[in-house]
Ligand binder design. Structure first.
Ligand code: NAD
Ligand code: UDP
Length: 310
């Protein structure tokens, strides 16, 4: 198949490109390089089955493709808050442009949605049936509401225009090719520990997240995209749940040295807890994560050691 990946030069998009090319598909990577990096896809540039297009998803695009994975959107809170209006436009207009193309060329369209659609959840763990608890006017809203609106568009194009869609709700994912300056917690802690700096825990560190290793997530993407049982939304994430203090302690143990933990102000609307209910992923995709947090952290630490020369 010929497959378009928007945001293909980002952390997840580059891993997805690798997997699809290894399966023998052609990949068109569309990216505006806001948070993506050429080095994530440098090893693919000589591959005749790989094409790179510098383009912004808010402007329309046309390609003859069989499948579209819509991943374009900054994912880390500091990055999506740099230009919040652009973040909402990216989610909403990017979805409209992908769905318009999918309708025209009869491609299947996949939306990278997020656990952020659950906001600061009052139901725990979060099943797909939970409608969420989202602040519509806060600092995170550009991302949360943009992604919620994108889901709405995917389901309306599906119902009204019979566009073939798949929607995944991704829970915090980590691994090699994260940007050291990304600002998300796993990359921050590892880079800080490798540089012998203090680890910055926001708030008291009792808030929880569930961390999925990138290879597990991409396997879930491919299974969801290539089955006929459900259009989603489907949670993909690792139900192992940890506090940020526990994560900091694990990173310190694995990296070694004697970095300290310092506490910084908790960002506004930071969700207190997050853990996926993956009953549907098990049922429809026969999917569950296989990489435990310590193992995934070790692989990620090895990548960052090289990346920052520590
Ligand atoms: P990332 O920031 O590494 O990748 C996003 C990519 O999209 C980058 O290459 C960036 O340059 C590109 N991009 C951003 N705005 C664009 C625009 N207007 N036009 C074209 N390209 C644009 O982040 P990631 O972790 O790889 O996330 C990929 C997708 O998965 C995002 O949609 C994100 O919301 C979603 N997601 C990721 C996680 C996670 O934990 N990694 C969790 C939930 C959802
Ligand atoms: N966090 C932290 N220290 C950091 C970066 C993040 O304690 O240096 C916390 C953040 O407040 C949140 C959790 O880690 O509670 C996950 O943050 P991240 O930005 O990775 O993802 P998200 O909040 O979008 O789940």
């Amino acid at each position: 198949m010929r497959i378009l990946i928007t945001g293909g030069a980002g952390f997840l998009g580059s891993h997805l490109s690798d997997r699809l090319l290894a399966q023998g598909h052609e990949v068109i990577c569309l990216d505006n390089f806001f948070t993506g990096r050429k080095q994530n896809i440098a090893h693919l540039l000589d591959n005749p089955s790989f094409e790179l297009v510098r383009h912004d998803v808010i402007d329309p695009f046309k390609f003859e493709v069989d499948q579209i994975y819509n991943l374009a959107c900054p994912a880390s809170p500091p990055h999506y808050q740099i230009n919040p209006i652009k973040t909402t436009k990216t989610s909403v207009m990017g979805a409209i442009n992908c769905l318009g193309l999918a309708k025209r060329v009869k491609a299947r369209a996949f939306q990278a949605s997020t656990s952020e659609v659950y906001g600061d959840p009052a139901v725990h763990p979060q099943p797909e049936s939970y409608w969420g608890h989202v602040n519509p006017i806060g600092r995170r809203s550009c991302y949360d509401e943009g992604k919620r609106c994108a889901e709405t568009l995917f389901f309306d194009y599906h119902r009204e225009n019979k566009v073939d869609v798949r929607v995944v709700r991704i829970f915090n994912t980590y691994g090699p090719r994260m940007n050291p300056d990304d600002g998300r917690v796993v990359s921050n802690f590892i880079v800080q520990a490798l540089r012998g700096q203090d680890l910055t825990v926001y708030g008291d560190g009792s808030q929880t997240r569930s961390f999925c290793y990138v290879d597990d997530l991409i396997e879930g993407f491919l299974r969801l995209m290539n089955q006929e049982e459900t259009v989603g939304p489907i949670n993909i994430g690792n139900p192992g749940e940890f506090t940020m203090l526990e994560l900091a302690q694990k990173v310190i143990k694995l990296v070694g040295g004697k970095p300290k933990i310092v506490h910084k102000e908790l960002p506004s609307d930071d969700p207190r807890q997050r853990c996926p209910d993956i009953t549907l992923a098990k049922k429809y995709l026969d999917w569950e994560p296989t990489v435990a947090l310590e193992e995934g952290l070790e692989r990620t630490i090895a990548y960052f050691r090289k990346e920052i020369g520590a």
